[in-house]
Design a protein around this ligand. Structure first.
Ligand code: ATP
Ligand code: MG
Length: 224
């Protein structure tokens, strides 16, 4: 884990925050983060796996397992790191809480960019304190296949700082964590949908109930 204190050492920091359940982290998340880095000239991206997600109840892997998979997936990129903030701090449940903590950890001239999928940003009004949130950071909404952003203008209409929401087009990747969990449950390969390290970790761990179904160490996972 990289401590938040480190953020305060950097003046003019442009920090991307990629929030998610990451159950498991997949190439869609990594491509999105890399594209945001590029398009918005960010210095670093912090992946922030949720503790107990307020909006999601069908989570399968433990926070610890999701954190480990995110760490393994991002290890080879020097600009990517993973934070335990939401996992370890019981008082941080919502995006706005996370942004408060990050703001407090950074210098006043830091710029925060919350990166999220188009599906998630359409729900922004259900987030805690959306108006205050948009005062704390810019939101980067990544468009992915199957999500029509036609509704976005209407959703944002009554929000102050709506100009702080930016749409970012990413190379089309119709991959989601739920699709990966489904494939795993059916015994299908997830090779290339997640990084090699994550596939190996899934095969070795009990996160998705594979040990029982494979009846052995699961080394074949991803080769089918
Ligand atoms: P699930 O299918 O369980 O909802 P997910 O694939 O959407 O999982 P999350 O952890 O919910 O993964 O997503 C974290 C963030 O990444 C969200 O903002 C989500 O919209 C975004 N995201 C997920 N998959 C993609 C993708 N293929 N391309 C771009 N953004 C994505
Ligand atoms: Mg999702």
């Amino acid at each position: 884990m990289i401590p938040l204190e480190r953020l305060g050492q950097r003046s003019g920091l442009r920090l991307g925050i990629m929030g998610g359940t990451f159950d498991p982290i997949h190439i869609g998340h990594l491509v999105t983060a890399e594209e945001a880095l590029l398009q918005f000239e960010l210095d670093e991206i912090v992946f922030m796996p949720t503790g107990q997600p307020p909006h999601k109840s069908s989570q399968v892997a433990s926070p610890e397992a999701r954190y480990m998979m995110a760490s393994v997936a991002t290890a080879t990129n020097p600009r990517f790191w993973v934070s335990r903030l939401e996992i370890d701090d019981a008082g941080v449940d919502y995006t706005v809480d996370t942004l408060d903590r990050l703001r407090a950890a950074c210098r006043p001239d830091a710029e925060l960019f919350f990166i999220t999928g188009a599906d998630a940003v359409l729900d922004i009004l259900t987030w805690k304190e959306p108006d205050r949130l948009l005062g704390l950071c810019e939101v980067i909404a990544a468009t992915r296949p199957g999500y029509d952003l036609g509704r976005l203008a209407g959703v944002l209409a009554d929000l102050a700082h709506k100009e702080n929401v930016h749409v970012m087009e990413i190379p089309a990747l119709a991959v989601s964590s739920s699709m990966i969990r489904e494939r795993l449950a059916q015994g299908k390969s997830v090779r290339y949908l997640v990084t090699e390290g994550v596939a190996a970790l899934i095969a070795k761990s009990d996160s998705y109930g594979l040990q029982a179904s494979l009846g052995r160490n699961g080394h074949d996972l991803g080769s089918g």
